[in-house]
Design a protein around this ligand. Sequence first.
Ligand code: GAR
Length: 216
Amino acid sequence: MLKPCRIAVLVSGGGTNLQALIDARDLGELGGGELAAVIASRSDAYALQRAAGAGIPAHVLPRRDYPDSAAYTHALTELLRRLDIRLVVLAGFMHILTEEIVSAYPNAILNVHPALIPSFCGAGAYGLRVHERALAYGVKVTGATVHFVTEEPDGGPVVLQKAVEVLPGDTPELLQRRVMEQAEWKLLPRAVALFCQGRLHVEGRLVTIDDGGKEP
Ligand code: GAR
């Protein structure tokens, strides 16, 4: 029998994307994936309360306890190995990790980013800042991207994307909420389910989705 797809969700804040994964799990829509661990980079992350409410074992690995990104990544990778994790999901995880975790989990780390990559992404583009930049640039359409993580921040192969309209009078907060509701909370559970079902195939930068001949 196939081993279950044990998933670790890495978080730093509110955890609404974690909640979308929990909701999908409860509806049986996570492709057989098991939410095996939530790992938070801060002890005050509200996402920890969501994990407790959903019965998911939670771990706090404070970024501030480590001198640099390499030391933090090493500790994180060791923890993921100990927990026998197969898929790592960065869901509002606000730290850049080093190559060690990418080697340990090649094409097995998914990140959700609140813009249409390659726009408004890379080092320094996270959370509300992404939406501030999109509004300052004046784009009429933004969106969200789920991609595999490589050494280049936000530079890995794109799995799913969805466009979201920018509306007159938008503030960064309003736009963030619309992008979450219309794109992120749908794309992330779907990408996780596809991964767990073994339906994502990566060749270079290109991700193809095996639709089993069922979907249009
Ligand atoms: C989400 O919009 C996520 O896409 C973004 O932070 C927010 C976290 O919200 N992540 C990044 O910007 C990473 N580059 P959440 O904690 O409620 O899921």
